[in-house]
Design a binder for this molecule. Structure first.
Ligand SMILES: [Zn+2]
Length: 74
């Protein structure tokens, strides 16, 4: 096992996750946005999925990852 706190999500897992959480339609409509830069999330740019009162996403933009990591330490 790799000891990474957050790992990139596999494309198949991402789609599967969306389907299981009834988010696939939103994804198709590009309504799933990065929590930090508001860019539409896809299986190609998703960095992580986390839960904070609701399901939120972070894209693979360096700045967003930085924000995400800072948020976790609080
Ligand atoms: Zn972002």
């Amino acid at each position: 096992m790799e000891r990474k706190e957050v790992s990139a999500i596999l494309q198949d897992d991402f789609i599967e996750f969306l389907k299981q959480n009834n988010l696939y339609d939103s994804y198709m409509k590009k309504e799933l946005l990065c929590e930090y830069c508001q860019k539409p999330i896809s299986e190609y740019n998703v960095f992580t999925i986390y839960f904070d009162t609701k399901i939120k996403f972070c894209c693979d933009n360096e700045k967003c990852i930085e924000f995400f990591n800072k948020r976790k330490k609080k």
